[in-house]
Write a protein that binds this ligand. Structure first.
Ligand SMILES: [Zn+2]
Ligand SMILES: [Zn+2]
Length: 315
């Protein structure tokens, strides 16, 4: 750690500039892969360009911002993507797609790191979870792996690993030597770690949640007004609850949350009494729906919005 990155030998770029200086464009500029996480992309970008220290990466991709920013990176949208966009040649939109930005928008939440990390509290792991076979095949990290509820890899039908299979240490999201597939603690090869097979009973729920997460992280349509999104899904939750003959108080008890939070979710509150992501997931589970069901019907409703008679919807 702390070693200076090599100079841009033969590739025309002065990648080795010390922290604090301006480097606008990296010589090698891979694009983010589908579903890739920002931290994984940053590591891959650094690796491609021989940048090994997080401070050097910081100086290049987050110049003008607090040096701690990359160290604190946990796939929330950074306050500014201008330097990273210039360095990587990727559009702001492509970079936002590597973060929890689209999930925040769908739930009508602020994508700023602090409120978004509060919304996702308890729903995302603070360190890397990974499928060794996927890392070997794609050389990248999926943003979906951050959700512990996603038990395994639907493609390889094995459980995701929560730590390095060689030394047992949790793997930081972004750490020197900024190499995909290498454990920063023991330098072991994460791609060769042994993953336990996903048991039969866990396969269907894993595949279903993988589809839900893919939907939430993708820039699919949501009702135009961010806050409207939370209102529509809230109404949909309320209607589904009533259709099942459940009282809000019963749901609150089942979810072990205050009644006000269930009411807040149904009203589409996005602050104060609004639910967390974990609350929405638990509520959807309780109703036997999927997250995508909730949004699909909310979208249909948004399209015919004006035609819906509020008084019958809330009866
Ligand atoms: Zn896999
Ligand atoms: Zn290790």
């Amino acid at each position: 750690m702390g070693s200076s990155p090599p100079g841009g030998r033969g590739d025309g770029g002065d990648v080795a500039s010390p922290p604090g200086s301006h480097v606008d464009v990296l010589p090698l500029r891979p694009r983010p892969r589908p579903s890739e996480s920002l931290t994984g992309y940053l590591a891959r970008l650094a690796d491609a360009n021989g940048v090994r220290a997080v401070d050097a990466l910081s100086a290049i991709c987050f110049s003008g911002q607090d040096r701690r920013i990359p160290r604190a990176q946990a796939d929330y949208p950074p306050r500014s993507l201008a330097a990273l966009s210039a360095a990587s040649g990727c559009s702001r939109a492509a970079l936002l797609g590597t973060t929890f930005y689209h999930l925040a928008v769908k739930f009508g939440r602020s994508p700023a790191p602090q409120p978004l990390s509060r919304f996702l509290a308890g729903s995302v792991a603070p360190h890397l979870r990974y499928c060794p076979a996927c890392v070997a095949e794609s050389g990248s990290h999926s943003l979906a792996w951050r959700f512990p509820r996603l038990r395994g890899c639907a493609r390889h039908e094995n459980r995701l690993l929560d730590a390095c299979g060689h030394c047992g240490q949790p793997v930081p999201l972004l750490a020197a030597p900024l190499r995909i597939g290498m454990c920063p603690a023991c330098r072991g090869d994460l791609r060769t770690c042994v993953a336990v097979r996903l048991d039969q009973a866990a396969r269907r729920p894993t595949a279903a949640f993988a589809r839900d997460v893919a939907f939430l992280l993708a820039p699919r349509p949501a009702p135009e007004d961010d806050r409207e999104g939370a209102r529509y899904i809230g109404r949909r939750l309320g209607r589904a609850r009533r259709a099942r003959g459940l009282l809000a108080a019963e749901v609150a008890m089942g979810l072990s949350v205050p009644l006000g939070r269930v009411e807040g979710m149904e009203r589409g509150n996005v602050v104060g009494r609004g639910g967390s992501f974990a609350d929405y997931v638990a509520y959807v589970d309780r109703l036997g729906l999927s997250i995508r069901d909730l949004f699909t019907s909310a979208l249909e409703e948004a399209e015919i919005g004006a035609l819906i008679d509020e008084s019958t919807a809330i009866a």
